[in-house]
Design a protein around this ligand. Sequence first.
Ligand code: NDP
Ligand code: MG
Length: 390
Amino acid sequence: MRKVSILGATGSIGQNTIDLIRRNQDAYDVVALTGASNIAQLAKDAMALRADLAVTADAARLDELRDALRGSDVEAAAGETALIDAAARPADWIMSAIVGAAGLAPGMEALKHGTTLALANKESLVCAGSLLLKTAAAHKATILPVDSEHSAIFQALQGEDIRTVERIIITASGGAFRDWPVEDLAHATLEQAQSHPNWDMGQRITIDSATLFNKAMEVIETREFFQVTPEQIEVLIHPQSLVHALVGFRDGGMMAHVGPHDMRHAIGYALHHPTRADLPVDRLDLAAIGRLEFRDPDDARWPALRLAREAMAAGGMTGAVFNAAKETALDGFIAGAIAFPEMADIVAQTLTDMSGHSGLIGDTMTLDNVAKVDHLARKAAQAAVEKRAG
Ligand code: NDP
Ligand code: MG
């Protein structure tokens, strides 16, 4: 039996992972499941999967978790240290699906134990890509991408030599406001921003799809994971969201990955790698779909892509600044403090404000230094949000 753990088990990726595991439960020995606020779901899944351990990130909710697990053999724990302990429990395969920079430390811990880390938490690569890759190499751990575009690139690269790659194109649906007049974006509501035309995902990543900050993060993620240059990475708007990525080789050929909008494909690929398994995802009827469209993203609607390029050019730990500013701006929009287009303004402002800390940003990348940069950038971004909120 394969020992598996799921960090962020109660979220959208976590629940899709659990779905795949439950369909073939005899093959898996579930070690740890973690969540944060959704105690009922966490306890229910931990008991159904007979996990050894259930952890909530919220230290104040340990008693509630214990109550929910009463009568079962599942051990309960809570808080940030417990989360790290869960990631340290020996497992063959660990899903990293916590949302935000909070996923970095548990993912790093898992790598230190030489596991195979299925990485959905893109923020860890954006904030600390080189540290993550170095840690994986030092401990003979494997990272498998779960983000659909990166799984697509990874699949297109099987059997290929990365040195023959000329370009990598990742696609974006364009999100909720793809076809809105740009001047109307200032009036976009939270309700409108959190409905995605094609994918069913968590609230934060859905709004990030509308600003294209999700794609901006994925450009940085591509650079970090596949070690290509920023100039080699392109983004295309592709409203059908069926071609997830294309890899262009030096001989002019391109490999495109086509698949349904169902994260269980990418999760299942990482779960069964290096083999392919039968997965419960829809088979595409291309004749019924009829056509696949592609177009260039425009800067006035989606400044996030340009900001990601600025962050990559600045180097060092600017990825952590970018992510922290983006997360804080998103909190500001969700709270109603700033308008939809102001999220990009906050990130641009924070990148400028943080350039005064170039010593720290250019320092050695360690978890502590990334946390320091993250903290300062959140403070700067929060100040910018409050200034705009008045
Ligand atoms: P969700 O918001 O649906 O789930 C997030 C998970 O993280 C939940 O289990 C949540 O617990 C937990 N969590 C929240 N805050 C904390 C914290 N501070 N510490 C520890 N755990 C916490 O997110 P998604 O599943 O959509 O996304 C997860 C990651 O995968 C993100 O990095 C996202 O960018 C990436 N991703 C997601 C895709 C998707 O289709 N959803 C596609 C590609 C990448 P609880 O719910 O109990 O509060
Ligand atoms: Mg993606």
